[in-house]
Ligand binder design. Structure first.
Ligand SMILES: O=C1O[C@H](COP(=O)(O)O)[C@@H](O)[C@H](O)[C@H]1O
Length: 254
């Protein structure tokens, strides 16, 4: 795929600081271009601990102009260990100078469909548009089944073209009720970064990046129309790949 960069790091410990540098560089680019904010969409899962370790370690990081949303979220109270917002609030946001009103979170007390509509209207307001919001950067994970956000293999939500945010009540990965950005929003972003680490991702990563039998995996449908696409992986995840992969050393700047 033209423009896609697949970058392999020896370990997740080397990948983390490079990811933090990439976020900071795109934040500086957005802010210096005169944009009112740097809009960043976070995913849950393994990204929570990577970001919670790496971002607070960036010297003098100024997040006062960041606008942070969620690529997907589980419909559980904030104090539930499955709440992505709850995890970031405790592990990351409390360590950054990120004002509360710059964080766009779901309202988990609403029924799931209303919750998705409510989150969509928060995005519309924050991005000041009735059209597709364009995030400066989205950070995505990929499950071992090839799902990303809460977009699962062979699920009808993969066909969603109108909504910016959708609800799902039958997520194959618990908890079953979630809200998720849709593919049109993901593919409108200026920069999309997948982070995939560990040997459990090796076979799906190969199928996804090199093609394979079976239905198209949700993560393979991520192809930003104008933006950059990065796959940051560690050696265990990259172990089965035969395509050309950039090898990055410590201190790599992307
Ligand atoms: O359930 C989810 O899983 C994916 C992938 O998580 P990972 O731990 O395999 O990286 C995550 O991106 C998504 O936000 C989350 O809701």
């Amino acid at each position: 795929m033209p423009g896609r960069r697949v970058v392999a790091f020896v370990s997740a410990a080397e990948l983390g600081p490079a990811l933090a540098r990439l976020i900071v560089s795109r934040a500086e680019k957005a802010v210096s271009s005169g944009a009112p904010s740097f809009s960043l969409g976070l995913s849950g899962g393994s990204l929570v601990s990577i970001l919670s370790k790496e971002l607070p370690a960036v010297p003098d990081l100024d997040c006062s102009r960041w606008l942070v949303g969620f690529c997907d979220e589980r419909l559980v109270p904030y104090d539930d260990p499955e709440s992505t917002y709850g995890l970031y609030k405790n592990q990351l946001f409390s360590k950054l100078n990120l004002p509360d009103d710059r964080i766009l979170a779901i309202n988990p007390s609403l029924p799931v469909q209303q919750c998705a509509e409510d989150y969509a209207s928060k995005l519309s307001k924050a991005f000041n548009t009735q059209e597709t919001p364009v995030f400066d950067m989205l950070l995505l994970g990929m499950g071992p089944d090839g799902h990303t956000c809460s977009l699962f293999p062979e699920h009808p939500l993969l066909q969603e073209k109108q909504k910016t945010v959708a609800s799902i009540s039958d997520s194959p990965k618990p908890p079953p009720q979630r809200v998720t950005l849709t593919l049109p929003v993901v593919n409108a972003a200026r920069c999309v970064v997948f982070v995939s680490t560990g040997g459990s991702k090796a076979s799906v990563l190969k199928a996804l990046l090199e093609g394979g039998d079976g239905p198209v995996l949700p993560a393979a449908l991520v192809a930003p129309t104008q933006g950059e696409l990065f796959w940051l992986v560690d050696e265990p995840a990259a172990a089965s790949l035969t395509l050309d992969v950039e090898r990055a050393g410590p201190g790599a700047k992307l």
